[in-house]
Design a protein around this ligand. Sequence first.
Ligand code: DGP
Length: 114
Amino acid sequence: MSDCIFCQIIRGDIASEAVYVDERCYAFRDIDPQGPVHVLVCPREHIARVSDAQPTQEDLLGHLLWVAAEIARQERISEGGYRLVINCGVHGQQAVEHLHVHLIGGRQMAWPPG
Ligand code: DGP
């Protein structure tokens, strides 16, 4: 989608610090990191919310999680652990309407979230 900020990042129209790239997804560092490691894993195709994903995109959803775990290994936070978050819609406080998995780690987390 041309005016989606993450589509613009994925196309390279807006600068980002990429940490993992393949034919299905693009992962880059969050502009407002909530931990020493904070990466957003996005599908290249525009899916606004996880709730909009279609049955044909089931493999893609799994791929995003696999990539997040791979980046965690790359960033050396696997052993200590980390958090994966997908915010969805208004109650989920999703600010950017392009599906993304937050990978946050490198510090102790609290639970439950606020
Ligand atoms: P969410 O609330 O789940 O939609 O989180 C959106 C995240 O996207 C938020 O943590 C900040 C990040 N973000 C927003 N705009 C930009 C940007 O232009 N560049 C980068 N790197 N991150 C962005």
